[in-house]
Ligand binder design. Structure first.
Ligand code: SF4
Length: 474
């Protein structure tokens, strides 16, 4: 999942909700990187709530300032350093306030971060958030703390996340942590540890609770959801396909999305389950990274071009209306012009609806950094990335143009960014649709929209039919 679907280099997100005016202390949190990190910040908010810390959107009001970090590319860590400089200025006149660095950069740098950043009181890795209250109490006594223990069990299954910046319509649910794939360019196995799947019954309970509270869509999160596997004595093994069906059975009005899949692990069982349930969205994020089998081998992606193309064929065969997106790295070690051409070809073959696209960024400590020279010149990386982006924009435009004239069931998520007279919402294929508001409808409602126009990023439509039939599983 480094890929961002997750790692869409999302701009940092600050809790913007209401300031809780209860007793106790206030914390301010910024989250960066992948959806997993945003979901973790909600787990952190729950743990801090137990220690009588409450979220505030105002940095100046905070007794505790937290930044949940990403380490996927050099740029992500530079962003964190810049934010720490901003915190330094605004906390200059608040000597009692504490600063904590969470997430993958904390895990990667450990004590070194305390040595390099005098402002920082706490360095806490993704598996150590339960220790926050103790570390905070010690820090209040002037003892700076580090806990970067990586666990083989921790899934925070018993912690109900505090939804930060939530629309009240969609929510993330992390179903597993860590990654056992060792892609040679990736830091995640070192910053998030070994794979472990969360108790499926706690996942169903969390999704049911969200549905009762009015949420109408959950995204099941994991670095590689297809390798989800949970067993307990006396209970049959629960695979990802089983879990998908368990969550989809909660209610037909609850939409299910998931991210991220891995081409080597996605099964026909998962595809048949997606096809069987109308409320499991027809959208799969399937990172390819490169179209060249030679480069895929260097990346240790454990599949080649033919295998990947076969998976694409299988998806379109079993889920014909499925949209597929991907992640692409341009300019990986020793990538030739011919390798680059193979990446462009596989994009055309897969007909991606959208992709997350990056230049290769060498990460310290990864097998690629140890074994291969980062030898594609920066200008060449940029040129190839521009080529990938230009092709993807064309593929997205074509993909969206095909939707003009068609009608889709849309889950209303809120007001469109551009105008309060328009709603925004996504179809099952994860495409954003904007349409003029209709009386009597609100975020969380479904409505049918006929697409009248399309750009490479958005579909524009009109409400077709105010009533939407609830389709039952086939
Ligand atoms: S090691 Fe590979 S599969 Fe795992 S998070 Fe990194 S890129 Fe994704």
């Amino acid at each position: 999942m480094t890929d961002k679907a997750i790692v869409e280099e999302r701009q940092g997100e600050v809790f913007t909700g209401d300031k809780k005016t209860s007793s106790g202390k206030l914390f301010y949190i910024e989250s960066y990187g992948c959806q997993m990190n945003f979901s973790d910040s909600e787990i952190v908010a729950s743990i801090l709530g137990e220690a009588n810390y409450h979220p505030t959107p105002n940095l100046d009001d905070a007794d505790l300032v937290l930044i949940n970090t990403c380490s996927i590319r050099e740029k992500a860590e530079e962003t964190v350093r810049k934010r720490l400089r901003v915190f330094e200025k605004s906390l200059a006149d608040k000597p009692g306030s504490l600063v904590g660095v969470l997430g993958c950069m904390a895990e990667r740098l450990k004590n070194k971060l305390l040595e390099e950043e005098k402002l920082v009181d706490l360095v806490v890795g993704p598996d150590a958030y339960r220790d926050l209250p103790t570390l905070l109490a010690d820090a209040d006594e002037g003892n700076r703390g580090v806990n970067v223990f990586l666990s083989r069990e921790e899934t925070y299954a018993d912690i109900s996340p505090v939804r930060l910046n939530s629309s009240g319509v969609t929510a993330f649910i992390s179903i597993m942590r860590g990654c056992d794939n060792m892609c040679s360019f990736c830091v995640v196995p070192y910053t998030r540890g070994r794979e472990r799947s969360r108790d499926p019954f706690s996942i169903v309970a969390e999704a049911s609770d969200l549905f009762e509270r009015g949420y109408r869509e959950v995204t099941l999160l994991g670095q590689n959801v297809d390798s989800y596997s949970w067993t307990r004595e006396g209970i049959p093994q629960v695979s990802f396909a089983n879990l998908l069906a368990m969550v989809a059975d909660i209610h037909p009005l609850l939409r299910i999305r998931f991210s991220t899949s891995h081409p080597k692990d996605i099964t026909d069982q998962v595809l048949h389950t997606i096809a069987r349930y109308p409320n499991i969205c027809k959208y799969i994020h399937l990172p390819v990274q490169s179209g060249s089998s030679r480069v895929l081998k260097l990346m240790n992606r454990t599949y080649d071009q033919a295998w990947y193309k076969n998976k694409i064929d299988r998806i379109y065969e079993l889920v014909p209306d499925c949209a597929i997106s991907s992640d692409i790295i341009a300019g990986f070690c020793s990538e030739t012009e011919a390798d680059h051409e193979e990446t462009l070809n596989i994009m055309r073959y897969a007909r991606y609806s959208m992709s997350y696209m990056f230049m290769y960024s060498e990460r310290p400590g990864t097998p690629a950094a140890k074994k291969y020279a980062d030898d594609v010149p920066l200008e060449e990386k940029k040129r190839r990335l521009q080529g990938v982006i230009a092709l993807q924009n064309e593929l997205s435009r074509q993909h969206n143009r095909k939707d003009v004239g068609q009608s889709f069931e849309i889950l209303i998520e809120g007001d469109s960014k551009r105008s309060k007279e328009y709603f925004k919402g996504r179809n099952s294929q994860n495409k954003m649709v904007v349409f003029r508001k209709i009386p009597g409808f609100k975020p969380g409602d479904y409505t049918k929209v006929t697409i009248k126009d399309a750009t490479s990023a958005t579909l524009i439509g009109v409400v077709a039919d105010k009533t939407v039939e609830v389709a039952m599983p086939q």
